[in-house]
Design a protein around this ligand. Structure first.
Ligand SMILES: [Zn+2]
Length: 261
């Protein structure tokens, strides 16, 4: 199907993409074809669109909890929290996401699902893990190389705004736009491991991460199917987190404990 790509499109691909071999924070090699500045622009645009479409929560307690947990995580990641935009969306589905351009969104449905601050930290740490490991860029880059990905490519190139939702799905908002485009198993495991490390350093109990995913799994039938389709709560995920959590106890024990709620 590459034969269908018109020459000018190929030229604009070449002009647009900086070919880059990068390494994720977890040490995996990856190919990133889109500039980080452009990824940030796309993430910001998607986040702004979502803010227009969805009602944000003005509940001060809910906002305080999400900000407190996210801020603690970002500090542990070496990020400057004031550069990040954090929003709580009024939506009963248990969902959360982070987008390039330093954006974090949490649904009110996630707030009612989690049993404690540590479980919320597990979710948000996982989502920010996807961003810091450039998984959205990797997905868009991989998408360029497939027929289905041409729709993503069109959206990136601004050729067809109808394809914007494919782009949003590639960035990790599949649940919001109704397109199932799960992160790869490799990316999911990586985000889990990064999230676990970040939460322990930030003063959240890493043993709560597998508990969160058990809760997600139990909730699977009611309210969370979209999120679970992009973030499958498999037994192997729960087993991997349970196995790794004890190794992060020393980091947790020597951290300054978080007291968000
Ligand atoms: Zn994920």
């Amino acid at each position: 199907m590459f034969s269908r790509i018109k020459f000018p499109l190929v030229v604009s691909f070449a002009a647009l993409f900086v070919s880059a071999c990068a390494t994720t924070p977890a040490g995996r090699k990856q190919v990133l074809l889109v500039g980080e500045g452009q990824m940030a622009e796309m993430g910001d645009a998607s986040f702004n669109e979502l803010k227009k479409k969805q009602v944000t929560s003005s509940d001060p307690e809910e906002n305080r909890k999400v900000k407190c947990v996210t801020t603690a995580l970002l500090k542990a990641m070496g990020e400057n929290p004031s550069e990040w935009e954090i929003k709580v969306f009024k939506d009963p589905t248990p969902n959360a996401f982070a987008l390039p351009g330093k954006n974090v969104g949490v649904h009110t449905g996630m707030m009612s699902l989690v049993a404690n601050q540590d479980q919320l930290a597990a979710v948000i740490g996982h989502e920010i893990g996807h961003v810091l490991a450039h998984h959205g860029n990797e997905r868009v880059s991989q998408g360029m190389l497939t027929q289905a990905g041409l729709q993503v490519a069109d959206a990136v190139l601004g050729k067809n705004s109808k394809n914007d939702k494919y782009l949003m799905a590639a960035l990790g908002m599949g649940a919001q736009v109704g397109i199932l485009l799960p992160f790869s198993r490799k990316q999911e495991t990586e985000a889990d491991r990064l999230g676990l490390e970040y939460m322990a350093k930030a003063g959240f109990d890493p043993r709560q991460a597998p508990e969160l995913w058990k809760l997600m799994k139990a909730k699977g039938g009611g309210g969370g199917p979209e999120f679970l389709s992009t973030h499958p709560s498999s037994d192997s995920r729960i087993a991997d987190l349970s196995e790794r959590a004890p190794g992060l106890m020393p980091a947790y024990e020597s951290s300054q404990k978080a007291h968000c709620f």
